[in-house]
Design a protein around this ligand. Structure first.
Ligand code: C2O
Ligand code: CU
Length: 457
């Protein structure tokens, strides 16, 4: 693919002069680049990137500020940017075909929106995302509290995996592989953080860090364990927990989910420390922390909770109608059939069309939304997973709470993992007007049927 003169000129015209990377204003250029993703000795990988790096630049801005970014598309394909987890103005949500037209090669789009919540968010392509995100189009979006917590450092860890052909070092296979889409999705053969398979931090004993974990993988669910660290979970999916939770067991992060941890380095100099992830029945290093020296003699007490973000109380929950969203399809179970492209299709025909999943009897976006509610109404949805695979269901534009059978409410989240054969009930106040996606964040699942939408008017 060659870059046309027009693309080049557009990129030049919009490139801000000497603007620091990661500032709240400026350009974000989707472009091809080459990075050393695989270990030394393997070939470098051609990627699709934001600003030439993998992941894209960390964008940081203050809570309550207004973020402005001009997406410049220097890729050979149309694209758009979704700002995952932000309670955003619908026109800025970045969903090609629903909230905006995809930006053609050589084109640009001005994203401008308020940042109401402090927390850990991320941005990624939302046009053919199962391919574009896999090729590298994602980055962290950090919204800072007015008074940040008392930590020695703040580290963003965008966790990902990549499926590479060891012979060529390039992304392997076709991104809409039916075998992968109808099973657990595209999982990689190389895992890493911030574009590195050997991600390392150095720290001193008793140093306190905020770790902002983001699962940016296409399909892999990461189960993580702390090694040589003592930690507390202080926020999930960007939203502070009312009380900090000591990390005792594994932290499970489905694609799209985030967790903010505050950790103290307990390991002494020379002892192993870091982040491990589960593979098979063992644990493998994902991030290594090299401990040198000591910052204090004793570890500190548990941190206080982060200041809460604004939340509409779940009024009228008892009277809110319960909508059932059945999740059907996939390998092993299949389904009788579902509605696709305006007509009913049987399973065999759906499979011939590369569609394997349905949400509430609908394959992919239908003309009509799954639910249409007026602004301020409370919505309850039961996500019933009748498939043989777990799914990471993500709602755009608003956070929800899960409701347990005993009536207790889970934390505010934007993505919930629903196990195979299980169900999750979510509830939220539909206070953000617009057309909002509700889809599986295993991106191959979303592309082959697991995408639905809700209208709030
Ligand atoms: Cu992070 Cu519709 O996705
Ligand atoms: Cu799924």
């Amino acid at each position: 693919m060659t870059m046309t003169r027009r693309v080049f000129c557009a990129a030049l015209a919009a490139a801000p002069l000497a603007r620091p990377a990661g500032a709240a204003e400026g350009a974000l250029t989707a472009q091809e680049a080459t990075v050393q993703l695989a270990p030394k000795g393997y070939a470098a990988t051609r990627i699709w990137s934001y600003d030439g790096t993998l992941p894209g630049p960390v964008i940081r801005a203050g809570q309550g500020s207004h973020l402005r970014r001009r997406l410049i598309n220097a890729l050979p394909v149309p694209t758009s940017v979704h700002w995952h987890g932000i309670r955003i103005d619908n026109a800025m949500d970045g969903v090609a075909g629903l909230t905006q037209q995809a930006v053609p090669p050589g084109g640009s789009f001005d994203y401008a929106f308020d940042l109401p919540d402090a927390g850990t968010f991320w941005y990624h392509a939302h046009t053919r995302s199962m391919e574009q995100v896999a090729r590298g189009l994602s980055g962290a979006l950090i919204v800072e509290e007015a008074t940040p917590p008392d930590v020695d450092r703040d580290e963003v860890l965008l966790i990902d995996d990549w499926l590479l052909d060891p012979e060529t070092g390039q992304f392997a296979g076709d991104f809409s592989n039916p075998m992968m889409q109808s099973h657990a999705g595209r999982t990689g053969n190389l895992e890493g953080i911030n574009g590195r398979h050997d991600f390392t931090l150095s720290a001193r004993q008793n140093e306190r860090m905020r770790l902002r974990l983001i699962n940016g993988a296409n399909a892999r669910i990461f189960a993580l364990r702390l090694d040589g660290l003592r930690g507390w979970t202080v926020a999930l999916d960007g939203m502070p927990l009312p009380g900090v939770q000591p990390v005792t067991g594994p932290i499970v992060l489905a694609p799209g989910q985030r967790a903010d941890l505050i950790v103290d380095v307990t390991a002494a100099e020379g002892s192993p420390a870091g982040l491990l992830f589960a593979v098979g029945d063992g644990w493998r290093a994902l991030a290594e922390i090299a401990v040198t020296g000591r910052i204090a003699r004793t570890p500190r007490a548990a941190p206080p909770p982060l200041p809460p973000n604004r939340e509409a109380p779940l009024n009228g929950l008892a009277d809110a109608p319960l909508r059932e969203m059945r999740i059907e399809g996939g390998a092993m179970r299949g389904m009788d059939g579902a509605r696709f492209q305006g007509r009913d299709m049987g399973w065999d025909e759906l499979v011939r069309n590369g569609r394997f999943w349905a949400l509430a009897g609908q394959v992919g976006l239908g003309e009509a939304p799954f639910a249409s509610v007026s602004q301020g109404e409370t919505l309850r949805i039961r996500l019933a997973n009748d498939t043989a695979f777990p799914h990471a269901m993500h709602l755009h534009g608003m956070h929800f709470r899960t409701l347990a059978a005993d009536g207790t409410h889970g934390p505010l989240r934007d993505t919930v993992l629903v196990g195979a054969g299980e169900a999750a009930e979510i509830a939220f106040v539909a206070d953000n007007p617009g057309k909002w996606l509700l889809h599986c964040h295993m991106l191959g699942h979303a592309a082959s049927g697991m995408t639905s939408w809700i209208r709030v008017a």
